[in-house]
Every structure is written in C-alpha cells, then in structure tokens.
Design a protein around this ligand. Sequence first.
Ligand code: PLP
Length: 229
Amino acid sequence: MGIRERYERVRDEVADVCRQAGRAPSEVRLIAVSKTVDAEGARAAHMAGACDFGENRPDQIVLKSEALPDVRWHFIGNIQSRRIPDIVRSSTLVHSLFNISHARKIDAAAEALSKVQDVLVEVNVSGEESKGGLAPGEVADFVAACAAFEHVRVRGLMTMAPQGDLAEARKCFEGLAAIRAEVGATLDADRAACFDELSMGMSEDWQEAVYAGATMVRIGRAIFSDAFE
Ligand SMILES: *Cc1c(COP(=O)(O)O)cnc(C)c1O
C-alpha cells in the first residue's frame, strides 16, 4: 500500500468507528501527521483528500505549508520562543500551548500578522514525567489568563495518552473530555461556545479517543509508514 491507500483506509476506519460510537463522521477531523515524510509525501495524502496536516518542527511546518498552502496546518510540537513567529505564520491551529509567556508571544506574533491565532491548551492528564502540558488543576486559570490576549483564541484542549495500554489511554481521553466540560462551564457564553475542541488519539489509540469524544485525531504512522500495516 502507498500513502494514498493508507490515507483512504484510515479515513474510512475513522468514519466507521464514529458510527459505532454513535457519532457523525463529520464531528471528527482527521489530521495527517506528516512529520516523517517530505512535502511530496504530504502532497500524496492531499491528493487522496487530506486537508489537515500536523507537524512538530517549526522548520518543517514552514517548508511544507509553503509547498501546500491550501490546506490547514497544525503545529503539534514543542514550542520554542524564538520560533513562535514562524509557527504563527504557518499554523491554522497550535495544539501544544501550556506556557503563559508563549501565549504572550503568540499574541504579539499574531497581532503583527493581523490574525487571531487559534490554540489548544496541552494537558498532561496522565501525569507522566516525560510529558509536557499543564496539570489538570491548572487548566482553568491558564485559560482565564489567556483571555487577556486579543489575538489568541483558546479553542479547546489537547493531550497525549500513555503508550501501550488502551484502557489507560481511554481513561486519559475521558479525563480530558471531563476537564473540557468543567473548564467550559467557567467561561462566559461567547468563549464557552468556541471552547469545543478535543485533540486526542494517535495511530495506536485513536479509536479510544473517538469513543471518548475527540474532535480531532492526529494520525501519523498509520498513514505515512508502510511498517504500520
Ligand atoms: C507524531 C505525533 C503524532 C502521530 O503519532 P503516530 O503514532 O505516528 O500516529 C500525534 N501527536 C503528536 C503530538 C505527535 O508528535
């Protein structure tokens, strides 16, 4: 199988699992994480219908978003201050914000480009030391603090589950959904209405995420690696 066939297969599987979970396929956006392939690889997925792509390195999101400008680019990697202007220039949605000084710099970079940058707040639901993100108890204050930034719009939450145990992954995803609901209830009506995204689930565990309410799944290897068949 090539990228085209794998993309089509994953897209169909996501739609099937949505239906099994009692959800409409249109509720879950499939983000093709193209970090392991070049712009031509991303283009092959685009030819098969992919319109959302994820990258975790600033130089790669700059390069590929210039090669494929008519799709949505999602920044899912570690944010470094000095790369924030590049990230903001290239990204439709930044999934990995959890530092208030980064929020301030994103606000400034977005203002300079006359845009409002949509972001998700990354949450370390499982509490693993190796993972980035806020502790669950820090999310409400962080989201409230972001309201000071006119050029930053918090659209929801993102997490990564512990690897290797689907039951644990499911708990983690359900945890993120619960945090979103709790924090959403603290926001005024306008902000609550757009605080509706849950970015969770990767190649190994996206089915669990769909059942737990994901609105975006971030899938790399199942689309771009022939080792994942
Ligand atoms: C690489 C990556 C993915 C995709 O992972 P796969 O296991 O290849 O599907 C999703 N989210 C983040 C944050 C990543 O870095």
